[in-house]
Design a protein around this ligand. Structure first.
Ligand SMILES: CC(C)(C)OC(=O)NCc1c[nH]c2nc(N)[nH]c(=O)c12
Ligand SMILES: [Zn+2]
Length: 372
């Protein structure tokens, strides 16, 4: 068995769960946030820095690594863990989403998707079988089925046809997946914002029996309350004894609201992306470091944060680095933001242990400046 999920506790105040996900590269405490390392690197971070902030698992991407440097090269290098010097778990996304959002001039057929590389415009084709083959070469601990993430908004018939093709593709991924004891293949539930289609997709995908499932097609621009509503409806349809992964979600409020609705795993580029652009997430809300108000602020970003950045540098220094376009600035803010979300998830796990997650949400939202 490539992975084993251990449900440790269900929160008394909400649908939140405490779990442990055992993988060939280590145990993951859930709920968990997964830093995104699309091109075999979590941008601006070394593996040691990621370990220092207790990152337990990172994401990488089939579509990007297939296009560059190529999955065969990574296989020759001994697989993705060795290639990027990361010996903890790796989850690879299947590229489905990226083909639909990144690859210009794409053409969707039953067989698979034709698209042009966003790098050089060259023509490519990915099918469920090829997506599985690429992830086998990469050697990730968790692989994702090849799916279509329906755009938002999208009309009912489009979403229904799309989810039914995604189910057929999921079956083909499962049939193509051979080394089931080394790599776990997760199914992806689609269905847009339509509750009956979410139910249909959940039943079809769960009916194929995977070791874990993700909820795809959310956080695609829909209002937050619609996302929360779809989650509220979908997670109870998912098996309790298997991990539930909400793809592409990672702002502090969405993480807490997702955990409350029974999600165990999250990924999002947000913390690293806004960090590189000079925005920090802190316990008192966002800080835009280039703002003139920080020019003579000689205290850290967040007095409650124990990260390397907050222990050693002031806002005045960070502002200087960003004004001077210094690379260290990107690194320090990325470090802080990833640490902030990973620490948030540790606090969430502790709140579940103590059955006080809703109280935790209330306190966090008040301090961060969210309105409940
Ligand atoms: C726009 C952002 C990226 C924030 O969210 C989404 O697109 N959310 C959906 C999403 C993210 N990653 C996925 N991978 C796959 N295979 N399928 C998906 O639906 C998704
Ligand atoms: Zn910090």
């Amino acid at each position: 068995m490539a992975i084993r999920y251990e449900l440790i506790k269900t929160c008394k105040q909400s649908g939140a769960r405490l779990g442990r996900l055992h993988t060939p590269h280590g145990v993951i405490e859930t709920p968990i946030f997964m830093p995104v390392g699309t091109q075999a690197t979590v941008k601006a971070m070394t593996p040691e820095e990621l370990k220092d902030m207790n990152a337990q698992i990172i994401l990488s991407n089939t579509y990007h690594l297939y296009l560059r440097p190529g999955h065969k090269l990574i296989e020759k290098a001994g697989g993705l863990h060795k290639f990027m010097n990361w010996d903890r778990p790796i989850l690879t996304d299947s590229g489905g989403f990226q083909v639909f959002s990144l690859g210009p001039l794409r053409k969707i057929r039953e067989e698979g998707v034709e698209f042009r590389s966003h790098l050089d415009g060259s023509k490519h084709f990915i099918s469920p079988e090829i997506a599985v083959e690429i992830q086998n070469s990469l050697g990730s601990d968790i692989m994702m089925a090849f799916d279509e993430c329906a755009p938002y908004p999208a009309d009912y018939d489009y979403v229904k046809n799309s989810l039914e093709r995604t189910t057929r593709w999921a079956k083909r991924c499962k049939d193509a997946h051979k080394n089931t004891d080394q790599q776990a293949l997760f199914g992806i539930i689609q269905g847009g914002m339509y509750k009956d289609l979410r139910k249909q997709s959940a039943e079809e995908i769960i009916g194929l029996d995977f070791p874990g499932y993700s909820v795809g097609g959310l956080s695609v621009g829909e209002p937050k309350d619609i996302m929360y509503d779809v989650l509220e409806y979908t997670t109870p349809l998912m098996p309790k004894d298997k991990p539930r992964y909400l793809m592409g979600v990672g702002s502090p409020d969405d993480l807490i609201e997702g955990v409350i609705r029974g999600i165990d795993m999250f990924d999002c580029v947000l913390p690293s992306r806004i960090g590189r652009n000079g925005t920090a997430m802190t316990s008192r809300g966002k800080v835009v470091i280039k703002n003139a108000s920080h020019t003579e602020s000689f205290e850290p970003l967040d007095t409650e944060c124990g990260c390397y950045t907050c222990k050693n540098y002031s806002k005045a220094y960070l502002r200087h680095l960003f004004k001077a376009n210094e690379i260290l600035g990107l690194r320090l803010l990325t470090n802080h933001n990833l640490h902030f979300l990973l620490n948030l998830m540790e606090e969430v796990r502790q709140a579940i242990r103590e059955d006080r997650l809703l109280d935790y949400r209330k306190d966090f939202f008040e301090k961060y400046g969210y309105n409940l």
